[in-house]
Write a protein that binds this ligand. Sequence first.
Ligand SMILES: Nc1ncnc2c1ncn2[C@@H]1O[C@H](COP(=O)(O)OP(=O)(O)OP(=O)(O)O)[C@@H](O)[C@H]1O
Ligand SMILES: [Mg+2]
Length: 615
Amino acid sequence: MVVSPVSAPAVRVEGVVKRFGSTTALAGVDLEVAEGTVFALLGPNGAGKTTLVRVLATLLEPDAGRAEVFGRDVVREAVVVREMLGLTGQFAAVDEILSGRENLLMFGRLFGLSKAETRRRAEELLAQFELADAADRPARTYSGGMRRRLDLASSLLTRPRILFLDEPTTGLDPRSRNEIWTTVRELVREGTTLLLTTQYLEEADELADRIAVIDHGRVIAQGTGNELKDQVGGQILEVQLASAAERDRARAVLAAVGCGEPEPSERPDRLTLPAPRDGLELIEEAAAELRRARIEVSDLGLRRPTLDDVFLQLTGSPPSEDGAGSRSAADEAAIDHVEHSTVGRRSAPIVRLRPPSRRELRSAVTDAGVVTARNLRHFIRQPQLLIFSTIQPIMFVLLFVYVFGGAVKGSLPKGVTYVDFLLPGIFVQSVAFRATQTAIGLAEDLERGVVDRFRSMPMARSAVLLGRTLADLVRNVLIIGLMIGVGYAVGFSFHAGVLQALAAVAVVAAFGFALSWIFAFVALTVRGAEAAQAAGFVVIFPLVFASSVFVPVATMPGWLQSFSRVSPVTLTADAARSYSLTPGIPSSLGETAAWVGGLLAVFIPLCVWRYRRMS
Ligand SMILES: Nc1ncnc2c1ncn2[C@@H]1O[C@H](COP(=O)(O)OP(=O)(O)OP(=O)(O)O)[C@@H](O)[C@H]1O
Ligand SMILES: [Mg+2]
């Protein structure tokens, strides 16, 4: 357990500003959460709730101001902060392909629990969250409520000191919502500090010791539920008039019995007023006075205030659809002031200056292993992916051998058949096209919030990327194996023995590994699986076709030859071909190794940098 400075609050936020381009999501937020309490951030869509949670969970760096969790700075001491927090994001970040149990086992290992401890905790949580019966079903078959519960369980594996819950009950039915509320209360009894966001005043009131109302990226009111409701008027009286003409008279009568100013309403025959007094007495008096004044009423009732009422009272207008964006010049000046007062503050170092400790190294290896195993499981659970991954190269083999084989024959080196020439090229082609899958897989993880969960955990930062590229390496070797099988069926064979054959596979796999890092970078940069795939094909298509994969470079026009000869695809295909057909070391091996080494040296740091700076 991490020891924090004595008396530091669980959360302290001072003047936090966060901008996304021209949108100011947080415009100078200040708040404090005492340890062991529940704090609710209440606000409409776009108010900045998620952004603040992401800052506190170390996923986003504020542009100005500072935020601390148990006295630790979320930017400078992000690693320590991650060890203390649990995060359940706005959208359930569960792995859809894995079962509920597998999700918990994976996250437990990544939280640094031992295998035995992980298993024990997973069973406990499955029972506690009523997921035991569905534990072995893939999470994609879960209902919304089950997903939420699994998501919450995943955040509780290590019993965090503070839990961030971003809209834990939005979209849930009343029963599931009550279950979440019960869990939240239990956690608080056990001493966990909770910061939750919600759009429902009722929820904030039900669960939280203190509530901050947030709008346009700033806190507009703060207090206990009762204090806030007192501002709104405790309860709301709704009066439906038989005639809109009576509105002003009704308003005067109701003011006399203690009601506040009516909320602005689009319907003149309806009055919605804060009712600060005891409900029953008020409604009796209101009804009597209205009758005495001969004002006809078709409906009269009390209800609890909603977020809309709070906003109407606090700001004079209902919450706008998108909180950020519309801001006055005075607001902007205030933000500038906050930013200037914190200029010169730190930023987390982009490149680590000290070498990792042995413990960190061991955890990096374990984490990468866990993520690799998870990605391989995805691959095994989706056999259709493997089938489609091999259909295309098989089609190329058949088309090229039987359609173009005759035409190309004349330009081949002496004594080499087209199928022997083609197959090593097909290996390279397979891994090159498959590299786009690295981008798609990573982009999907980003979209589904799985990466956010990884990033909020005290795990090795490199593990997510390494786990992805290593799993793709294993898959590539598998696909090459399959293509060798297909090759033998159409007359291909290795001519220089097993070791040379293995070397051919190794050189192609190494090239595929380097390509995976390029595509991981594409996914981290362009965002979105489809965009990543499209961007990938734009690069891969010309590279593969303008190379020696299908035909000897000598058959191409001169201007293309000069490009093709130095292309890493050509060099790798030539090296693999030489290993397959002749003994000895291929002449293009040095250049191939230089390409692979160079690509890795450039793209691994680029990926790690992008991953750390992601917003
Ligand atoms: N990564 C991002 N890039 C650009 N704009 C963003 C990003 N994240 C948030 N925003 C913008 O910042 C503002 C605050 O968004 P945020 O998600 O924090 O609101 P929220 O209160 O969580 O809303 P909701 O209730 O809809 O979840 C919005 O205008 C949103 O469009
Ligand atoms: Mg949100």
